[in-house]
Design a protein around this ligand. Sequence first.
Ligand SMILES: [Zn+2]
Length: 55
Amino acid sequence: MARKKAVRTVITLECVECRERNYTTEKNRRNDTARIELNKYCSRCRTHRLHRETK
Ligand SMILES: [Zn+2]
């Protein structure tokens, strides 16, 4: 049986302001080699903040 290569990686997104980890997502290692940043709603800031991939 051929084994599938794990290209997708589970990552955590944290708010750049309060550092709350609000989201988890998957990214394609082949397409996104750098850290990704997404504008998402932060429940602690109660507004949209930039969320960055944690290490
Ligand atoms: Zn926040």
